[in-house]
Design a protein around this ligand. Structure first.
Ligand code: GLY
Length: 578
């Protein structure tokens, strides 16, 4: 421990390291838990137990989400891992301030605006070319040093133990492995780890990853420079440049451009969070290069400006906010993102006046967030574009502690299974985050690749304050549907009279300036007739998102919420139930 956060730490610290997590947590996943002293929610019971164990031992919310994310790297390795990236939104109780930590991957220095041109998206997905310079380790290190009480070594220990001990394979892990089996088989290292005997591990079997356990332990001992320029980094670069393709595979695996110098140059960042006022609440989100905070925030402003929040207005506001997101949001170190205007009330009024009784036509054109807002502009036609495939990728976890700190953390390796390439001997899957760039040619697009640039994200960890104190924290996986999932949960809770568990469980629909709104069958069954009569068009999709959330109920009582069903259901835990 760097700093002892409370006297109880004294009894659990052994040989300078945190003891294994307490096991008093329930043996089965519960989607809702209420109580005191801290709370967590993740998609996975083992990861929630790790995060809860950290809280019980006196760690704070930042310690808990870093340890929990590392544990998700074991049990949700197709969504999270140290070779990926992510975004943290954190409420620092002592300073009464919300902050952002940006651990987004970067493009290697050799990447240009034309690197992806002409390459089919499906080919880029499984390639070295799509592997971004990983940000998670630098993010964990910065998060712990500035806001945590654990060292990196201490935070990684429970995950290392979990990787050694193993976890019981559930249907979700099996299904995700099976869905990836064809490409996993094309890499010797990936097949050896995730297709033992040539098959996905059976449901109910115990899955261990001793290479990952060693990687976590050595990373803990040697520190981030072991990756950012050291031997682990050398292994990553060698794998990216020369993926271990299975002899006889016919897959055209393009090598990547990453060099050790790219790893040395990587830095986690701390931009100012996005902020809007909605119904007198303060809604804080993730700044660009994520479009999460700006798009959720703009849509909320538009909805407030309409004066009447309905599901039809939700879909139209999402459409308008996505038109602006696509036109204006990219890495602010490379493009001028008009963030202040996108999140201004005046701009929202101009956008809101386009929303009427009937659905907006597809596609909506972006607006002009130029600071000059007048009478209602007529709706200009937008440019038609087909939606990119949005899978269930990424994961989100939340934690709060006995001091009132709150963390909302999205971590990802991009697609479920990332690039499909395991670094030999290290037990980690490489990300394919650079597929979040626009492939082009697309002159003027803010999200074209460039050397060192961060691809635009949709991750939207969100913290809502009421009278200056935490009220809600929420986030989800799901590519660009993350934005609509977070928005819909907020509206369910704040406008449609639902409790937080109801808001998370409710059927979802996602309109991202695409021809047909993607919707779960239950949403169409419940609201389809009414919305179709207004001109909305739906395409059924099996499942949208897998949220985790917190609500602060007053007098120190917290409600932690995970999915009851989606992605196999999540796990919410509290330090003291009550
Ligand atoms: N790769 C998912 C996202 O960043 O939105």
């Amino acid at each position: 421990m760097k700093r002892l956060a409370g006297s109880i730490l004294g009894v659990v610290v052994t040989a300078g390291l945190v003891a294994p997590p307490a096991t008093a947590a329930p043996a089965v996943k519960q989607p809702v838990a209420e109580g005191y002293g801290g709370a967590v929610a993740t998609v996975d019971l083992d990861a929630s137990k790790v995060a809860l164990g950290v809280l019980k031992q006196g760690g704070n919310a930042m310690d808990a989400v870093v340890a929990g994310a590392a544990a998700l790297g074991v049990t949700e390795p197709y969504s999270a891992g140290l070779a990926g990236g992510g975004f943290i939104v954190y409420y620092d109780a002592k300073r009464n301030k919300v902050i952002n930590i940006d651990g987004r991957e970067t493009a290697p220095a050799a990447m240009t605006a034309t690197t992806f041109e002409g390459i089919p998206f499906a080919d880029a997905v499984t390639s070295g070319l799509s592997v971004g310079v990983p940000g998670s380790v630098a993010q964990w290190d910065l998060a712990l040093r500035r806001y945590g009480t654990l060292s990196l070594r201490e935070a990684l220990k429970p995950a290392a133990d979990l990787a050694d001990r193993g976890f019981v394979v559930d249907q979700t892990f099996y299904d995700q492995t099976a869905a990836n089996a064809a490409r996993f088989a094309d890499f010797t290292s990936t097949a050896a780890l995730y297709l033992p005997g040539g098959q996905p591990p059976a449901v109910g079997s115990t899955f261990r990853n001793p290479d990952l356990a060693r990687t976590y332990r050595e990373l803990g001992r040697r520190g981030p420079s072991w990756l950012y320029g050291g031997p682990l980094g050398q292994d990553l670069v060698a794998t990216v440049k020369n993926p271990p393709v299975t002899p006889g595979s016919t897959r055209n695996v393009r090598p990547g451009l990453m060099e050790l110098a790219d790893l040395r140059a990587y830095r986690a960042l701390t931009p100012e969070p996005t902020h809007v006022r909605y119904q007198g609440l303060d809604v804080y989100g993730m700044a660009p290069p994520s479009s999460g905070g700006s798009t959720v925030g703009e849509a909320l402003n538009i909805l407030e400006a309409t004066g009447k929040v309905t599901l039809s207005a939700y879909l139209d506001a999402s459409r308008l906010a996505f038109a602006d997101r696509n036109a204006y949001v990219g890495d602010p170190a490379y493009v001028n993102v008009p963030l202040r205007e996108l999140l201004s009330q005046q701009y929202a009024k101009e956008r809101a006046c386009l929303i009427g009784e009937t659905a907006l036509p597809n596609p909506a054109a972006p607006g002009s967030p130029d600071g000059r807002y007048g009478p209602c502009p007529s709706a200009a036609p937008g440019t038609k574009a087909e939606p990119l495939p949005e899978g269930p990728e990424t994961t989100h976890l939340v934690a709060t502690d006995q001091w009132g700190n709150v963390a909302a953390y999205n971590i990802t390796i991009e697609q479920t299974g990332g690039s499909g390439i395991v670094v030999p001997g290290r037990g980690i899957l490489l990300n394919n985050q650079l597929t979040d760039f626009t492939f082009g040619p697309a002159p003027g697009d803010p999200n074209l690749p460039a050397p060192g640039k961060r691809p635009r994200s949709s991750m939207a960890p969100t913290i809502v304050l009421k009278h200056g104190k935490p009220f809600l924290a929420v986030g989800s996986p799901g590519g660009a549907t993350i934005i609509t999932t977070v928005l819909q949960i907020l509206l369910n809770r704040l406008d449609f009279g639902m409790s937080l568990p109801e808001a998370v469980e409710a059927p979802r629909a996602s309109q991202r300036n695409i021809p047909a709104t993607q919707a779960e069958q239950a949403f169409i069954a419940q609201y389809g007739d009414e919305l179709t009569a207004k001109g909305h068009v739906f395409a059924v999709t099996s499942e949208i998102g897998a949220a985790t959330a917190l609500e602060f109920l007053g007098r120190g009582r917290v409600q932690a919420v995970a999915e009851p069903v989606r992605r196999g259901g999540g796990s919410a835990l509290v330090v003291r139930a009550g």
